[in-house]
Design a protein around this ligand. Structure first.
Ligand SMILES: [Zn+2]
Ligand SMILES: [Zn+2]
Length: 342
């Protein structure tokens, strides 16, 4: 049967997202997250001397109150919406990555002269560029996230992610297209610079280790705990580990309505950039009572209009007032430090 190009494109995007083993939302990584979640819950029950049965464990992981919530249905919509437009937005960003990478390598060659071919074993040089690109990804992620919280115009688009009142792995996709476009371009900038420097030092043919074209270290963390960051399952890294890695509890703190948690834990897999730039909040080992979301009384939360269209209006109003010489806080529904929103 002949499918329309739009439907074929959508199905292709969906199957790539679910079936490519290195994708951000592969079925394999979701299954891995589910297994880790079940194991953690079972171990906790065992320690308390309670019986371990699969059905109560699954009920604990998938409470009906979360599955049936309006917030969850918006996440499902955003998942399909972003799967569909991801290819288009990614297309805009990919060009700058390639161009920038070659430009940096070319610029360094012009400045310092061509380097002799690297004498390092391929395993070592590829490992170095893999780590460099992962750190560049994490730094770009942190910076984009920091700006999205601190710049009122950008916050209007990032706020969509924070209006989720329950967290599921699909909440990861609850991001406005404008946010995603800026995010991908900042990522392209940072990874392009890193790849350009790496190409100059190690040779332009040195490529990172990857799975489905994603950095292998990033994929490792996606399988390990990135999905669990958007769940209600409290897995907390404290002490030195809490300074290095962004545990699920770290990110749940990031979604908290408690002003003490605002603008904290902005990293993706690593906590080191938050630690370095003073935005780290290490969660307690025992579960902290948290409420998620922003502005509980805001009109339009969990509607397509309120989450997709209205941010343009609010951001436009901010720009207009800025040109009129009025402070953004006088019109913004959320100040950069989010304090006025409460
Ligand atoms: Zn955020
Ligand atoms: Zn989140």
């Amino acid at each position: 049967m002949e499918l329309s190009p739009g439907i074929s494109y959508f199905l292709g995007q969906l199957s790539r997202a679910l079936l490519a083993p290195g994708s951000h939302v592969s079925l394999a990584s979701l299954f891995c997250a589910l297994s880790i979640g079940l194991f953690v819950l079972a171990a906790r029950r065992y320690r308390k001397g309670r019986r371990i049965r699969v059905r109560p464990l699954l009920r604990a992981l998938f409470p009906k109150s979360i599955l049936r919530s309006e917030s969850n249905w918006v996440d499902v919509f955003y998942f399909y919406f972003n799967i569909f437009i991801f290819g288009i937005v990614f297309g805009w960003a990919l060009l700058s990555y390639e161009v920038l990478s070659h430009a940096v390598t070319g610029g360094l060659t012009a400045l310092f002269g061509a380097r002799p071919p690297s004498a390092l074993p391929v395993l070592v040089s590829r490992s170095i560029i893999t780590v460099m690109l992962f750190l560049a990804y994490e730094l770009g992620y942190w910076l984009n996230h920091y700006l999205s919280h601190r710049v009122p115009f950008l916050w209007e688009f990032h706020k969509v992610h924070h209006t989720a009142t329950v967290l599921t792995p699909l909440t990861n996709f609850r991001v406005h297209p404008v946010y995603m476009c800026i995010f991908l371009n900042i990522l392209a900038l940072f990874t392009g610079l890193a790849n350009g420097v790496g190409g100059y030092l190690l040779g332009e043919t040195t490529h990172q280790y990857g799975l489905s074209e994603n950095n292998i270290i990033l994929v490792f963390f996606i399988y390990l705990y990135v999905h669990l960051q958007h769940t209600q399952l409290w897995i907390s890294f404290t002490g030195w580990l809490g300074h290095l890695l962004m545990s699920p509890a770290h990110h749940q703190i990031h979604h908290s309505r408690d002003p003490a948690h605002f603008n904290k834990n902005l990293g993706s897999c690593l906590a080191v950039w938050d630690w370095m730039f003073g935005t780290l909040y290490i969660p307690a080992a025992e579960r902290e009572r948290l409420d998620f979301g922003v502005e509980p009384d805001r009109q339009g939360a969990h509607t397509i209009w309120g989450e997709l269209i209205a941010p343009f209006g609010r951001a436009g109003l901010l720009v207009k007032r800025r040109f009129e010489g009025r402070t953004p806080q006088s019109v913004s529904l959320a100040a950069p430090d989010r304090k006025e929103a409460y």
